[in-house]
Design a protein around this ligand. Structure first.
Ligand code: ATP
Length: 343
């Protein structure tokens, strides 16, 4: 394993910077997720780490060594793409063996390594098949086995789970995390799926327009978003924002509850809320409504866990409340988090 760093890393395509001066430092053995909307530059950044894209400016360091102008094979990294990029005409065995055979490793050593990687991912019985005879989840495991077989110091993964159905994604996520923990290989993982990012990352770098908006643990970015972009990108439904003079007050849907749900004596701020829609999701109810807030009325969403059984009906008005400590403040002009509570 190794550290991965970028210094002022920039990629310019035509008129715009797809990656705009990124300084990033991934620790040894860390699972770092690059998260952001489509087009924010995640893949371009990953491809520059891999050596598949030449930076317009800045540097990439792996294990403290500048590798900016080294080709991919000289970087000791392994990349897994969304498409898995398996060779369709080769068996699973030969797909996994490919990177070893390409560097001239003797056959018996190759066989031992393939065996080891296949058992790690539980795919020994698939070795004779061709990729088209595999399910999406099995293909993903083959791609990962091919990635680990060379003992890379860094894994670079670009949305490797996005072709899997929802159920398989959850189990594949769990598997992937276990492999990464067991191997201890530094991993950079690209996704636009915040649930995946929250579940997998030791830290998450939230990207927008080629820049890092925030780098922090999943709980940091969820509870202490650096700006309104992060606040509304992370969380589903996103953080509610309400105007109050020169600031925006932010609060998570699960923190806006009917006031009876709070213990008496708890310090809360109350607001009347007119309910426009109720969605039953099983474990939760989502209440869509208009908050008759200090300033203009604001559309908000409240998430009630099923253990709060207070009846809520569309078209009616209720008293909702928030704990003062669950309110976050952002500058209305810049969107940046304000440290102090405004008066
Ligand atoms: P997605 O989640 O949709 O894959 P992304 O965050 O990975 O998006 P990138 O693929 O890195 O985004 O693209 C970042 C920006 O750079 C986009 O505006 C894209 O159109 C542009 N871009 C990417 N590759 C090229 C290229 N080869 N030539 C010109 N523009 C490009």
């Amino acid at each position: 394993m190794a550290t991965v760093e970028t210094r002022g890393l920039t990629k310019r395509f035509e008129a715009a910077n797809a990656v705009d001066g990124i300084d990033l430092s991934v620790r040894e053995g860390e699972f770092l997720v690059l998260l952001g909307p489509s087009g924010c530059g995640k893949t371009t950044l990953l491809r520059m780490l891999a050596g598949l894209e030449t930076p317009s400016a800045g540097d990439v360091l792996i294990g403290g060594r500048t590798v900016t102008h080294l080709p991919p094979r000289a970087r000791n990294i392994a990349m897994v793409f969304q498409s898995y990029a398996l060779y369709p005409h080769l068996t699973v065995y030969r797909n996994i063996a490919f990177p070893l055979a390409a560097v001239g490793m003797p056959g018996h050593e190759v066989a031992a390594k393939v065996e080891q990687a296949a058992s790690m991912f539980g795919i020994q019985r698939l070795l004779a098949r061709k990729p088209r005879q595999l399910s999406g989840g099995e293909r993903q495991r083959v791609a990962l086995a091919r990635a680990v077989v060379r003992n890379p110091v860094v894994f670079l993964l670009d949305e490797p789970l996005s072709n899997l159905d929802a159920k398989l994604r959850t189990s594949a996520r769990d598997e992937l995390q276990q492999f990464q923990r067991r191997l201890g290989t530094t991993t950079v993982y690209v996704t636009h799926d915040q649930i995946e990012a929250m579940g997998l990352g030791d830290r998450i770098a939230v990207l927008d327009h080629g820049r890092i908006r925030q780098l922090g643990t999943p709980l940091d970015v969820y509870h202490e978003p650096a700006d309104t972009f992060v606040a509304t990108f992370i969380g589903s439904p996103p953080m509610n924002l309400m105007e109050d003079g020169s600031v925006l007050c932010g609060f998570r849907p699960e923190h806006l509850l009917p006031y009876e749900a709070y213990a008496s004596g708890e310090e809360t701020v109350r607001f009347p809320l007119t309910v426009t829609r109720v969605e039953h999701l099983g474990a939760d109810r989502l209440i869509y409504g208009t908050l008759h807030a200090p300033n203009p009325d604001t559309r908000v969403i409240s998430r009630l866990p099923s253990n709060i059984a207070i009846p809520v009906e569309t078209g009616r008005r209720y008293e909702f409340a928030l704990r003062a400590r669950d309110l976050k403040y952002f500058d209305r002009e810049t969107g940046l988090k304000r440290p102090a509570t405004p008066s």
